[in-house]
Design a protein around this ligand. Structure first.
Ligand code: FAD
Ligand code: SF4
Ligand code: SF4
Length: 468
């Protein structure tokens, strides 16, 4: 009997006033009974509309049907057919604009909690590894061909894992000392525990993928050297978009102004989240302004709150409807006491006599006609200037691809804003046997789109090298 409740079963969560003082995971997911109950809301639609909303085509009705029958390992096996990082996607995918947006249960109520169920299956499998037949991924015999992957974010990890399964000898070159890309240095512990990311990376390593950290391609060696001197038959570039954008307003060079990248990297990679056991290598004032309205802004604001800031403002120039952040993150941020100053735009950051941030000047905005992105253009409301007294400002208005690879790779064509030009279906670039995908091509996007691009490129590389 299907469960006809109109509401998605809420997941267990830490209470807002407790979690805003710690870095432990906010959501504790479903237990077994809750997962079975929510799975029973799925109608097992024959035309499977939800699947079309998933960039990696997870067989959603199949994995949910297994959960409904208590077959949790089988459920995980069904997800793993097309998704190599389910514990991560179940937590961070913007489900409301992807799989869940197309769920028929969403027409008259809330959609099935597909993300929460995916997370449940993945977590269950991690906790029951020994009984896990599903984890024994089929792997072909070595084919003697080597492929290099640059960058160990979700695009690179997925591409590497898929190629290893096909018998390739794959090496990932990663600039930082830890693999994982944004999953490790960007998304905070309270949303994506790092132990879990390490487990997902270990799954890729268990397929035989080698990861060389502390290796900046473009400095240590060029792409051409990897191909011509090191004998790699093909390359995949998954270097992400790690170069922060600034608004270019006065005062951005004051002490106490951070890019969100720097702010979050210090907290995540330098373990400020483990405060007080680790020294906090980031200074957070009593009042903090975070400029931007995406996931990055929410993560920075919620991290600042956890590090002791009393007033944390999100300053965003459009309205809540236009905010690119996941709905759940906005909801959680509000519950944790983040103050939203919507339809507001900063015009200058002002400092004290020591060059430290003292306040941020803003103007109010109203929405005018739609711009090129289809979103209504914010226009300044005359005479609406105001100031917020803050000691820290975090700029989270987007990132662009780092130009290093472009500048050191002759013949690699890029967009005017720095994105690598690559075929949407295959990831093929302007250079023979060089493929690219993820944020390095699209600009800052999502984990699942980066994984999808890594997957498509792996299939295209295999086709190309098989024909050689
Ligand atoms: P990345 O994850 O950026 O990985 C690129 C890797 O390449 C990095 O490890 C980098 O060090 C390495 N690299 C770069 N240059 C070189 C070089 N020259 N040599 C060697 N290695 C190099 N998406 C969601 O779907 N949901 C979310 O909730 C979400 N929240 C986010 C929160 C934050 C704070 C941020 C920053 C992003 C968030 N995103 C979210 C976006 C998502 O994380 C990215 O779209 C995704 O990680 C892109 O994957 P990627 O593999 O293309 O690049
Ligand atoms: Fe939905 Fe993301 Fe899972 Fe696909 S991978 S089913 S989009 S949560
Ligand atoms: Fe189940 Fe919703 Fe997909 Fe239908 S659309 S199969 S109800 S998850």
């Amino acid at each position: 009997m299907p469960n006809m409740s109109l509401h998605k079963l809420p997941a267990r969560e830490q209470a807002p006033d407790i979690r805003n003082t710690n870095f432990e995971e906010v959501s504790q997911g479903y237990d077994e009974n809750m997962a079975v109950e929510e799975a029973a809301r799925c109608l097992q639609c024959k035309n499977r509309p939800c699947v079309a909303g998933c960039p990696v085509n997870v067989d959603i009705p199949a994995f949910i049907a297994h959960i409904a029958k208590g077959e949790f390992m089988e459920s995980y096996g069904a997800i793993r057919q097309t998704n190599s990082l389910p514990a991560i996607c179940g937590r961070v995918c913007p489900q409301e604009t992807q799989c869940e947006q197309l769920c028929v249960r969403g027409i008259k109520g809330e959609p099935v909690g597909i993300g929460r169920l995916e997370r449940f299956a993945a977590d269950y499998a991690m906790g029951h590894k020994k009984e896990d037949g599903a984890q024994k991924t089929q792997k072909r015999a070595p084919n003697g061909k080597r492929v290099a992957v640059v960058g160990s974010g979700p695009a690179g990890l997925t591409c590497a894992g898929d190629l290893a399964k096909l018998g390739y000898e794959v090496t990932i070159f990663e600039a930082l000392h830890t693999p994982g890309g944004v999953l490790v240095y960007g998304i905070p512990e309270f949303r994506l525990p790092k132990a879990l990311v390490r487990e997902e990376i270990a799954t890729v390593e268990n397929l035989g993928v080698a990861i060389e950290t502390n290796t900046v391609v473009g400095r240590a060696m060029s792409l051409d050297e990897l191909m011509n001197d090191e004998g790699y038959a093909a390359l995949f570039i998954g270097t992400g978009a790690g170069l922060p954008n600034f608004q270019k307003i006065p005062g951005e060079n004051l002490n106490g102004v951070y890019s969100a990248n720097e702010f979050l990297t210090r907290i995540n990679l330098m373990k400020a989240y483990a405060f007080p056991e680790a020294d906090t290598p980031v200074r957070v004032g009593k009042s903090v302004a975070v400029i931007g309205g995406g996931n990055v802004a929410m993560d920075a604001a919620r991290s600042a709150r956890r590090l002791g800031a009393r007033h944390v403002y999100i300053v965003y120039r459009r309205s809540e409807k236009e905010m690119p952040a996941r709905a759940e993150e906005v909801h959680h941020a509000r519950e944790e006491g983040i103050i939203f100053r919507l339809l507001c735009n900063p015009t200058a950051i002002e400092g004290d006599e020591n060059g430290e941030v003292a306040r941020i000047r803003c103007v109010e905005m109203e929405l005018g006609d739609p711009d090129a992105s289809g979103r209504r253009r914010p226009v300044v409301k005359q005479g609406s200037d105001f100031t917020l007294e803050v000691q820290t400002v975090v700029v989270a208005i987007g990132n662009s691809p780092n130009p290093l690879i472009k500048n050191t790779t002759p013949g690699l064509k890029t967009q005017s804003w720095g994105g690598i030009i690559a075929d949407e279906e295959t990831g093929e670039t302007s250079k023979p046997f060089v493929y690219a995908g993820g944020d390095a091509v699209s600009g800052a996007a999502t984990v699942i789109l980066a994984m999808g691009a890594g997957k498509k490129a792996a299939a295209a590389i295999h086709e190309k090298l098989s024909a050689k």
